[in-house]
Design a protein around this ligand. Structure first.
Ligand code: TMP
Length: 201
């Protein structure tokens, strides 16, 4: 018995986290066990690493290695056991974020990330990835009214443009797995797009 691995991705401010509760409800109402988790984080050690990653200045490759260290723990302790017992795992970000942020925005080479991905994940990949896409100006506007920003959220428009481009490129390269959601629409319309996708899973 294997479950399904669903990931949510998008720039900071794209609004993905708003939809988690509704997705959980939809899947649970169909009788599935749902594990809702996030990256970086998802385990006690991963959450400690998250604090360091989000708030300490460091070399982009150090950041990449810490992301994958947290991910190794996350897969071993949470994701793999849940999938093995048939649960649905819903993760707020996963490896596509490393390609978008550390590779796309910060210039870490894709081949180094691929090596770590192969080491840490073997053949584990999400079954479905919901990419919440918004124009950069919208993301920046939303962040300006949000809680105190972490180090990623304080970056400039150019940085966010590179992230958006990298995510859309990942979606083009993985058309079966990715679903792009136009998250610039009013909340009710975005919610309906998410529901339509979840109904097909
Ligand atoms: P969150 O605010 O969506 O929880 O994500 C935390 C931040 O971590 C967000 O700015 C994106 C960043 N991040 C990376 O840079 N690389 C990664 O691999 C992951 C999972 C997150």
């Amino acid at each position: 018995m294997t479950g399904k691995f669903i990931t949510l991705e998008g720039m900071d401010g794209a609004g993905k986290s708003t939809h988690i509760g509704n997705i959980i409800e939809m899947l649970e109402s169909r009788g599935h066990e749902v594990i809702s988790t996030r990256e970086p984080g998802g385990t006690p050690l991963g959450e400690q690493l998250r604090e360091v990653i989000l708030h300490e200045k460091m070399h982009a490759e150090t950041e990449t290695l810490l992301m994958f260290a947290a991910r190794r723990e996350h897969i071993a302790c949470v994701i793999a056991p849940a999938l093995a017992r048939g649960a649905y795992v819903l993760s707020d970000r996963f490896t596509d974020a490393t390609y978008a942020y550390q590779c796309g925005a910060k210039g870490v080479s894709a081949s180094k990330i691929e090596l770590l991905e192969q080491w840490v994940q073997a053949d584990l990949q999400p079954d479905i990835t919901l990419l919440f896409d918004v124009p950069v100006e919208v993301s920046i506007q939303r962040l300006s009214t949000a809680r105190a920003p972490d180090k990623f959220e304080r970056e400039n428009a150019e940085f966010f443009t590179r992230i958006r481009h990298a995510y859309l490129q990942r979606a083009i390269e993985n058309p079966v797995r990715f679903r792009i959601i136009d998250a610039d629409n009013p909340l009710e319309i975005v919610k309906k797009s998410v529901e339509d996708i979840i109904l097909t899973i």
